[in-house]
Design a protein around this ligand. Structure first.
Ligand code: XUL
Length: 467
């Protein structure tokens, strides 16, 4: 069938460090791309890497109005570049997972009556948010709430069986519980709680967008089998929470049509559809068109590994989420804080800050690293909960240092072996030597995935059981 001329689709990514947009035509060819870097383009908010790290070093948040202003800016940029908004048939997008936005009583009517004469942030800056800085995925300040949730539900494994994960500090239920316990006033003034993804969809819809099943699985609140909020988890976190969350929906649901604000201000077609937004990791699984048996590794601010899974086994490490594409399936997700930042630290200390030097050193050692293994956790890791640098030599003896080349290979192999072992614990099966490993955002690091995989079996570190 011949394509109708000029039809296109927009994809948005509200991520930690930037807002990105991409337009594709009906053949999925990219016809427009743009981005707003929060630190650089919105320096008035004073974020670093898009976030504020608070004095306790555990609380991490981002200003909600910065995300809104980024949307204003990027739309204006597209308009100045001559982008024809009237050709957009539908739009959807992704948001960093777990972060939450707290809409104040009355915000819904502001959203419904946005004035096309004003940028969005002008309309939303007063009286729309009960919490101006949203807790985000890097936050690890809710240990007490996690302990209490697991206790109320009957233990960590029980919670994982229901929601796909044991209690995690960044997971939204625990963040909501913290806000409620520290500031019940603010909580009671909150009319609706969105995830970053459903918050972004709400901006386009001009009304509260529902949370989708996949991103909703990152909250410690959703029963992943039945796709409904779990009453015990809700009650353990805060009162009247079900009403503030609204019913969850499939990730591919068409939520409605674009708000008149965008048709009047930018010339969008009033028939432009808004499809539910989801978390960045589920969106990557859908966008990479993963199928059963594939693994994708994303080397972003966090390293994440995700895979399509049929028979999930929720474990005490890692997460099982509802699959954004197939409602009968799931996705397993592992998230590592000591990903890119740890590699960059070793690169700066041992390879003169150069990826070329780093790659050269990596290439000069053999896969398997002659049995030398290392675990590198500069900050408290999520999977597993561990910190510090731990090196073991070929005789399985702990050692304080490695020569430069051995260190670089130990870092990369350690990170990748840990990813495989944790994936297997969640039910992933590697069938034979041939498997598809998709790496997202990889720099010039050479990863000999297949060699590494076969070498692991001979490697003392593999038998030793990587954490
Ligand atoms: C996943 C996680 C991060 C965020 C930000 O559980 O916390 O990957 O989605 O990218």
């Amino acid at each position: 069938m011949a394509a109708s001329p000029g039809r296109c689709f927009l994809g948005w990514d509200f991520s930690t460090q930037q807002l990105k947009v991409i337009a594709v035509d009906e053949q999925l060819r990219v016809i427009h791309e743009d981005n707003i870097n929060f630190d650089k383009d919105l320096s008035e908010f004073g974020t670093q890497g898009g976030v504020y790290v608070h004095d306790d070093r555990l609380s991490v948040s981002s200003p909600v109005l910065m995300w809104v202003k980024a949307l204003d800016l990027i739309l204006e940029k597209m308009k100045s570049a001559g982008f024809n908004f009237s050709t957009v048939k539908a739009l959807s997008g992704a948001g960093q997972q777990h972060g939450s936005v707290y809409w104040k009583e009355g915000a819904s009517s502001v959203l419904q009556n946005l004035s096309p004469a004003l940028p969005l942030h002008q309309s939303l800056k007063q009286n729309c948010l009960s919490v101006s800085n949203s807790p985000i995925w890097m936050d690890s300040s809710t240990r007490a709430q996690c302990t209490s949730l697991e206790k109320k539900v009957g233990g960590a494994q029980k919670l994982a069986d229901i929601t796909g994960s044991r209690a995690y500090e960044r997971f939204t239920g625990n963040q909501i519980a913290k806000i409620y316990s520290q500031n019940p006033e603010v909580y009671s003034q909150t009319e609706r709680i969105s995830l970053v993804s459903s918050f972004a969809a709400s901006l386009f819809l001009g009304g509260y967008a529902p949370i989708d099943y996949s991103d909703g699985s990152g909250m410690n609140l959703l029963q992943i089998q039945d796709k409904v909020w779990n009453a015990v988890c809700l009650d353990a976190c805060a009162p009247q929470l079900e009403k503030k969350l609204g019913p969850p929906v499939p990730s591919s649901k068409i939520l409605g049509l674009i708000s008149p604000y965008y048709t009047e201000r930018f010339g969008f077609n009033p028939a432009c559809k808004i499809v539910a937004f989801t978390g960045d990791n589920p969106a990557s699984l859908a966008g990479m068109r993963l199928a059963e048996g594939d693994i994708a590794i994303s080397l972003g601010t966090s390293d994440t590994l995700f895979l399509w899974i049929k028979e999930p086994k929720p474990a005490l490490e890692g997460h099982i989420l509802c699959n954004p594409v197939d409602s009968q399936a799931y996705m397993a997700l592992l998230c590592y804080k000591n990903g890119s930042l740890m590699r960059e630290k070793v690169r700066d200390e041992l390879a003169l800050g150069s990826w070329e030097e780093f790659s050269k050193a990596l290439g000069s050692t053999a896969a398997g690293n002659y049995g030398n293994v290392g675990f590198y956790f500069d900050v408290m890791e999520i999977t597993p909960e561990a910190v510090g640098i731990h090196r073991f030599n070929t005789h399985n003896v702990q050692t304080p240092s490695f020569p430069k080349e051995v260190e670089i290979r130990a870092l990369i192999e350690g990170q990748f072996m840990a990813k495989r072992i944790h994936a297997e614990k969640l039910g992933y099966k590697i069938c034979g030597l041939e498997f598809t490993l998709v790496l997202l955002g990889v720099g010039p690091i050479h990863l000999e995935s297949k060699k590494l995989q076969s070498a692991n079996h001979k490697n003392p570190g593999y038998r030793r059981g990587i954490p």
